[in-house]
Design a protein around this ligand. Structure first.
Ligand code: ZN
Ligand code: ZN
Length: 392
């Protein structure tokens, strides 16, 4: 059965939050479990406004250490573990797994310790180290903290074109997800995450195979098969071809690839992640901080010219950010099926007034031009908006 997947945008603003856009946070729901991607200030307030249950959060991925992506982490941990009184963590609860760059572990530990915060569940922080990083081997743990891993970049010696990356095995229940982390370009170390769903077993075409088995029925019985149709079960189980007495070869069902979801931190160039896309990603979430829209024309003083697209792109690049066109280009290069834009400048309001929607539609159109996909393949996120990632 195909697992349910959706993503809720809890915050869609950039450096400066506004009344209509909170700081960055996304909740990816995989069946009942929730994985958070970034955790800006007041993420817990946004969660309370949504239908999501904090207690279902099992993993938190932090893309980078800019405050608009992580200031809400310590308070969220305090609330989601529901430990209002001091006490040691409940030993039998699984730890909350947190992943991110250095110095996430030290920073979170210091925040929790220096505010005398106690948690009702254990946690651990796995740090994704750059080659230049020294691993944090300190052991002055918070009383709810378990030792986390220090992950190094993996290099594929057989395929040097593959970007060095981190691999995280993130099994939830009986589904073995893999998350691949990749350093991407920003003003500070930033990460993109690629969530890979495992393959689905293929389905046998019983209608076609049954008559072939039936015509070989007598010969198969002579070979000792009491029930020749049991070969169907054998094909599904062993995934090995079976040659029948009349020479027909029954092929095992072909596995169907799982979904790939790519969620990027702030970036002015995330192209290194393309080499790690095995298939066409079902969804790319990309920032689009700056854009040239009608807002740049309205209210211009007489005699002044609005900026050009090139000037807006230059400004975005100088701060390590992207325009909708840059996002659309990457989506096109990796063959993404859908793209959602987020991390908008404070200029772009996230309410539903006609004026705000019009500007967001301009931003969406700029991305579609480069993406070249269908009109309904590109979306601009709003706070508390959810999108179902369907398997197709
Ligand atoms: Zn940011
Ligand atoms: Zn940033």
């Amino acid at each position: 059965m195909v697992n349910f997947m959706d993503i809720t945008f809890l915050g869609t603003g950039s450096a400066q939050p506004s009344a209509t856009r909170n700081h960055q946070a996304m909740a990816l729901r995989l069946n009942g479990d929730i994985w958070m991607f970034d955790c800006g200030e007041a993420t817990q307030h946004q969660l309370q406004k949504s239908k999501l249950k904090m207690g279902r959060i099992t993993r938190i991925f932090i893309t980078h250490m800019h405050g608009d992506h992580c200031f809400g982490l310590a308070p969220l941990l305090c609330s989601m573990t529901e430990n209002l009184n001091s006490g040691l963590p409940r030993a039998n609860d699984p730890p909350i797994e947190i992943y991110g760059p250095r110095p996430l572990r030290h920073w979170l530990r210091t925040s929790l310790k220096s505010t005398y915060s106690h948690l009702g569940r254990p946690y651990r922080v796995h740090e994704l180290l750059l080659d230049s990083d020294t691993p944090d081997t300190s052991t002055d743990y918070h009383d709810s903290e378990l030792p986390g891993e220090n992950l190094r970049l993996v290099r594929d010696t057989k395929n040097p074109n593959k970007t060095p990356h981190y691999v995280m095995n993130c099994t939830e229940g009986d589904v073995a997800y893999t998350v691949v982390g990749v350093p991407i370009k920003h003003s500070i170390p930033s990460l993109g995450f690629l969530v890979q769903e495992p393959e689905f077993p293929g389905q046998l075409d019983i209608k076609t195979l049954t008559p072939i088995l039936q015509r070989n029925s007598e010969a198969l019985k002579a070979q000792g098969y009491k029930n020749p149709l049991a070969i169907l079960g054998q094909l599904q189980r062993t995934l090995k071809p079976v040659t029948l007495p009349d020479g027909a070869i029954l092929m095992p069902p072909v596995a169907r690839p799982g979904r790939q979801i790519i969620i990027l931190g702030d970036t002015s160039d995330a192209s290194p992640i393309i080499s790690l896309c095995q298939n066409k990603p079902h969804l790319l979430v990309h920032e689009a901080t700056n854009a040239l829209t009608s807002l740049d024309v309205i209210g211009l003083k007489p005699g002044t010219e609005p900026p050009t697209h090139e000037e807006v792109e230059e400004k975005a690049l100088s701060h390590g950010h992207s325009t909708p066109q840059m996002a659309g280009k990457l989506a096109q290069q990796m063959g993404a099926k859908k793209m959602i834009l987020t991390h908008f400048s404070v200029r772009y309001k996230g309410d539903e007034s006609p004026e705000s929607l019009e500007v967001m539609e301009e931003i969406r159109s700029l991305a579609i031009k480069e993406f070249g996909g269908k009109d309904n393949d590109v979306y601009c996120a709003r706070d508390l908006w959810s999108f179902e990632i369907k398997y197709d």
